[in-house]
Design a protein. Sequence first.
Length: 368
Amino acid sequence: MKLDFYISSLSSGGAEHVMTNLVKYFAAENYQVSLISYEKRPQFYSVDKRVNLVKYNNTEKNKAAEILLDLINTIRRLRRGKAEVAVSFLSRCNIMLIIAGLFSKTKIIVCDRNNLLKKYPKYVFKLSCFLYSFADAVVVQTHEIKKSYPKYLHKKIFVLENPLDFKEMQIQYEQGRLEVSLENTVKKSKTILSIGRLEKQKDFKTLIRAFKKVSCKFSDWELRIFGQGGMRKELEAYITRLNMEEKIKLCGVTHTPFFEMKRAEIFVLSSFYEGFPNVLCEAMHAGMACISTRCKCGPSEIIKNGENGYLVNIGDTLKLAERLEALMQDGIKRKRMGAKAEQSVEYLEINKVFLRWKEVIHKISRTC
């Protein structure tokens, strides 16, 4: 079977990570796989050599011209490539593939990574739903996201969570250990960790404020934030204004996030909204004590509050500080919560999730 996969870029994001793993899985299963990237941001993830990588690097100054060129390339690709099924990730690619699909017989599967109602105005959500009705299937990451869509789409919607590649994560751990010349098991340090794009969605300012509130009681702890993005300078200035430069570090991008998780004690996801956050699931697999905001979708389906992690309301600095303090002062609680967290994400093992992807693709390919 010939499969095409479409994505805006191969930059350092959760969707891009899942996509590169997904194409690797199908290539290993002897499918003819192509990955089409529109190259809107620099490439971060490598692509399996068995996958045919196609790059459309349209960077017109006129945005409308850029979108039109991308659409024309997609239509040509579908008509000439003759893939039986085409899969796209992220809203822009989804809409482009649906429109292009009207000019071919290829089955179209679109995949949204977030709750569109949280990300866009209501009229954009309604328009997206109308366009998604022309797709053969819609993949979402949580049951809450599925509920947010109108009922006329529900028959087309499949819930497939983000997978965890346990082997890849172990390789990351070993690579990180070698980079810092550690021979034996990594010792945990008194570190609070967060990983994500330095953008408004991630609400790092709330995390920074919460950490400042408890830092005077726990002078030997630090907060480390990994990621890059447009808010870096603003966050640096904010940290300086709070006189927290010695305790809070913006560490840039890491190629070994699982290693950083294994040597930190507490993980925090402070986002305004999420889909199914890879980074939270990875931190749970690392056995970390985790705190997340109670986003409408994603974290609330992963964490059982008080058992395998803590949930706090979005933007609630005081409650986040309270939960941080509870974990910082109690090593036994951290260890117990981390063990339960690790057990609770076993069902996300990559082969289990991708087997369900395979079932969906074959089901769609057989529909008339």
